[in-house]
Ligand binder design. Structure first.
Ligand SMILES: Cc1cc2nc3c(=O)[nH]c(=O)nc-3n(C[C@H](O)[C@H](O)[C@H](O)COP(=O)(O)O)c2cc1C
Length: 191
């Protein structure tokens, strides 16, 4: 029997604002290798610092747009560097905004895949573990399996795109599983 696959819209979130960011380059490499019917839109985490006083229905415009982008996606792919053995503040800040309103987060039950990259051979594994903790607290639907960590990232990027085939192969295997999770959870939502 011919299986008709539904389209999947992914939101890519880099954990860095740097212009030549390897995290963004990794998302671009993945975006260039996606299976048919799957798209990925990259959203910059350029948001004001979280302040509960500003967290209202008419709060900061960038925050409302960010929450809408997550809401309108079928799943989120986060690629983060490691800063001082942890998640960069810019990404934690974005996730804090996404986590609210309490009990009604747009990330709640949203299939989410965490990937870390680093210029060190450790691949940002400590940031990866912290990121999963935060996602579980929200609680996003965290894609499990092998931790996708990519070390020596600077050597694997060409012209602003991840081109290293073993790294792409490793990350795409997890991404395919996560895409299946997205299809399963949207079919459940429609049922
Ligand atoms: C403030 C700062 C702290 C860093 N701390 C770590 C670290 O703890 N572990 C690590 O593997 N790399 C660390 N790095 C190196 C980053 O992994 C590397 O700069 C990475 O490319 C940054 O991500 P980006 O290219 O997406 O901007 C640090 C870099 C900065 C700027």
């Amino acid at each position: 029997m011919l299986e008709i696959l539904s389209p999947v819209r992914l939101l890519g979130l880099p954990g860095s604002l740097r212009q030549a960011s390897f995290s963004r380059a990794t998302l671009i490499g993945l975006r260039d290798s996606l299976p048919e019917k799957v798209t990925l839109e990259i959203h910059e985490p350029q948001l004001p610092l979280y302040n509960e006083d500003d967290d209202r229905s008419n709060g900061p415009e960038q925050v409302l747009k960010f929450r809408d982008a997550i809401k309108n996606s079928d799943g989120v792919v986060i690629v983060t560097p490691e800063y001082n053995h942890g998640v960069p503040g810019v990404l934690k800040n974005a996730l804090d905004w996404a986590s609210r309103p309490f009990g009604r987060s747009v990330l709640a039950k949203k299939p989410t895949l965490a990937i870390s990259v680093s210029s060190a051979f450790t691949g940002g594994v400590r940031a990866h573990a912290q990121l999963n903790e935060t996602l579980l607290a929200i609680p996003a639907l965290v894609a499990g399996g092998p931790q996708i960590v990519i070390g020596n990232i600077g050597e694997k990027i060409a012209d602003g795109v991840l081109v290293d085939q073993p790294s792409l192969h490793f990350a795409l295997a997890a991404l395919r599983q996560m895409i299946s999770m997205c299809r399963l959870s949207s079919s459940r939502l429609m049922a």
